[in-house]
Design a protein around this ligand. Structure first.
Ligand SMILES: [Zn+2]
Length: 253
């Protein structure tokens, strides 16, 4: 079909959301960036899902945006976390939320397959294609799911694995520790704390460069919110989204 013309923008009407699909090459492989525009669309505000296996976050975001409007980007390449590609007959694997800095790309290639300069450059090109879609971003809301007992709000407390990235942590012991919000903005942190929602404030500087979108936004001074919920906790993830509605209103102005 027309798909041989890369990159190609296909636009179709689907329910209330307008769907755009961009084919995006990485090495000899192609994955897609799908953008759903729910009416009304707010320039500069983007919801994004980078891990295609975290399906609860996709369901929660779609349900939420159908009621309030907004743009939602997803990577489409099967329901798996990692992106696989081939380059010069070599197979590579990357975590798509570890590709937004050079250091992150190097580490994710090493950890999941192998590193060389060409593979890193190709990964950088892929990251730039995603970032090009977010170029006027004022606020990015990243949607993620975790599994029970893996990453949680307690990972950010003193002595734990993620403690070095946190400037402040609020924990509501009544909430599941796997359901929490991570943000770069003090005002968003305070807003959620007031509503007794588990929340972590990322340090303004000195956070670990793991190449994630939060690090990129922290460096570029783009407001960033990551809504984490345990896979299957759609209601809880929706509640965290709804708790942020008045914050979103401020960024819509
Ligand atoms: Zn994720």
């Amino acid at each position: 079909m027309l798909k041989i013309l890369l990159p190609l923008l296909l636009v179709a009407q689907l329910g209330t959301a307008q769907v755009a699909i961009q084919d995006c090459s990485i090495g000899q492989s192609t994955i897609q960036i799908k953008t759903e525009h729910f009416q009304p669309v707010y320039p500069g505000i983007y919801f994004i899902n980078l891990h295609a296996n975290e399906t609860t976050s996709i369901e929660a975001t779609t349900a939420y945006l159908a009621t309030v409007g907004g743009s939602f980007l997803q990577l489409v390449h099967g329901q798996v976390r990692y992106v696989d590609f081939t380059l010069n007959n070599m197979a590579y694997r990357i975590d798509p939320n570890r590709i937004f800095t050079q250091q992150g790309r190097k580490e994710t290639l090493k950890k999941n397959s192998s590193y060389n300069l060409l593979a890193e450059k190709e990964t950088a090109r892929f990251a730039d294609t995603i970032l090009a879609q977010l170029k006027d971003a004022k606020l990015i809301v990243a949607m993620h799911n975790n599994t029970d007992g893996d990453l949680s709000i307690t990972s950010y407390t003193k002595g734990k694995a993620e403690a070095m990235n946190a400037a402040d942590v609020y924990i509501n012991k009544e909430m599941d520790a796997d359901d929490f919000v991570y943000t770069t903005e003090r005002s968003i942190f305070e807003h959620l704390k007031k509503q007794q929602i588990n929340v972590v404030l990322q340090k303004a500087k000195g956070f670990k460069d793991d190449g994630s979108l939060s690090v990129y936004c922290g460096t570029k001074h783009i407001a960033y919110i990551n809504i984490e919920a345990q896979q299957g906790h759609k209601e809880q993830q929706l509640q965290m989204l709804q708790a942020l509605t008045s914050i979103l209103e401020q960024y819509k102005k």
